[in-house]
Design a protein around this ligand. Structure first.
Ligand SMILES: NC(=O)c1ccc[n+]([C@@H]2O[C@H](COP(=O)([O-])OP(=O)(O)OC[C@H]3O[C@@H](n4cnc5c(N)ncnc54)[C@H](OP(=O)(O)O)[C@@H]3O)[C@@H](O)[C@H]2O)c1
Length: 353
């Protein structure tokens, strides 16, 4: 009998994720591959799993924007997948071989309904994994956070934290496209900072692990900060708040520095919000679902024109690597969108022949 592997959420993290597959947060389960595909379902094969900082939040039963993953369930997550079999009722919409962004969870194969997949549509020069990064959730997050919440104007100073990550790198480039005078990125290594300035066109980048990073931030923002796109929270948010310009907009996109903390820390320089009339606004990308189409068109045209660059960090070696890769995401091993390669694309092409 043909089988496949699933990653099961097994033990609540306390507070950090334990990547061990024998006594950790997740375990591997082997299950039979479906032989019959129901009329209203698609059988998909997962190729690339998306790793997202929010996954840590999904493992904790708290009031949030989404229900937690249940213990014993397949770990939730998006993937780039290829349709293997199409149920009889769906044959007018899908064809075996179609590439989709799938709400598959962490498993090698999945039986999904039509609403759990989105066909991958790529612009010239696009590749399937773009649909899960620059033309997917992280690209859209950067787009709406920057254009709708931060809305930088010509001549303004924009600072982005987590700038070399999937969301941050797109956010900073959009600020440049929108005419910001000065775009400054904060990231966790010298190489990442060089990448931001030399390859993505940021005006400056600061390694927040340098001892004097706050001094560097001050020097890089001589006219203070008009828009802060925050992916990290914690000390970085605090330092940027202390540099807030009058009427600045603080886009609260994420707070990765606090996700694994037993007791998350808020900013101490919050009184700047009053003195400088700062607007701090949190948002969730799903709030803008009705506008995804227009946003994707614009992102795709920037990508095709070379105005928007992207990078991926793909962890090879199959689905067993996902728990460790998720832990590594919080350590910042990635530049760009972090994914796990469950099955290389070339195998899929071979399977089609
Ligand atoms: N609001 C929404 O709808 C929405 C949607 C998607 C994502 N998000 C948020 O956006 C942020 C970025 O997500 P992403 O998917 O694009 O991930 P990502 O930025 O590609 O990866 C996470 C990065 O965070 C940085 N990081 C980790 N720990 C840190 C710390 N203690 N302090 C500062 N930086 C740290 C690491 O880079 P360094 O080497 O620079 O430390 C790491 O590469 C996350 O906070 C996520 O939750 C929000």
């Amino acid at each position: 009998m043909s089988t496949y592997k699933q990653v099961i959420y097994t033990t609540t993290p306390n507070p950090a994720i334990n990547p061990s597959l024998t006594n950790g947060t997740f375990s591997i389960k082997t299950v039979p591959k479906p032989t019959n595909v129901p009329a209203d379902k698609l059988l998909v094969r997962t190729h690339y799993l998306s790793l997202d900082p929010a996954m840590r939040q999904w493992l904790t039963a708290k009031r949030s924007y989404i229900a937690p993953v249940e213990l014993g369930a397949v770990m939730r997550g998006q993937s780039i997948a290829q349709i293997i079999t199409v149920g009889a009722d769906l044959s007018s919409k899908f064809t075996p071989g179609d590439w989709v962004v799938a709400y598959s969870g962490w498993q090698e194969y999945a039986l999904l309904g039509a609403k759990e997949v989105e066909k991958v549509v790529l612009p010239p020069g696009g590749r399937p994994t773009d649909a899960m990064s620059v033309l997917g959730m992280t690209g859209l997050t950067a787009y709406f956070g920057m254009t709708e919440v931060g809305f930088p104007k010509e001549g303004e100073t924009v600072v982005v934290s987590g700038a070399a990550g999937a969301t941050g790198m797109v956010a900073g480039q959009i600020a440049k496209i929108k005419g910001a005078k000065r775009v400054v990125g904060l990231a966790g290594s010298k190489d990442k900072c060089e990448f931001l300035v030399k390859e993505l066109g940021f005006d400056a980048a600061i390694n927040y692990k340098d001892a004097d990073w706050k001094k560097q931030l001050k020097e890089a923002t001589p006219e203070y900060i008009d828009v802060f796109f925050d992916n990290t929270g914690g000390e970085i948010l605090d330092a940027c708040l202390a540099r807030a310009a009058r009427d600045s907009r603080f886009v609260i996109c994420g707070a990765i520095s606090q996700y694994n903390a037993a007791k998350p820390q808020g900013p101490t320089s919050f009184m700047t919000v009053i003195s400088q009339r700062v607007t701090m606004k949190g948002f969730i990308v799903f709030d803008y679902a009705k506008k995804y189409g227009t946003a994707l068109q614009e992102l795709a045209s920037w990508l095709s024109q070379g105005k928007l660059k992207r990078k991926e960090h793909i962890v090879p070696g199959g689905i067993e690597g996902a728990p460790q890769a998720l832990v590594d995401l919080y350590k910042g091993v990635n530049t760009g969108k972090m994914m796990v390669e469950v099955a290389p694309v070339s195998e899929a092409i071979k399977a089609k022949l």
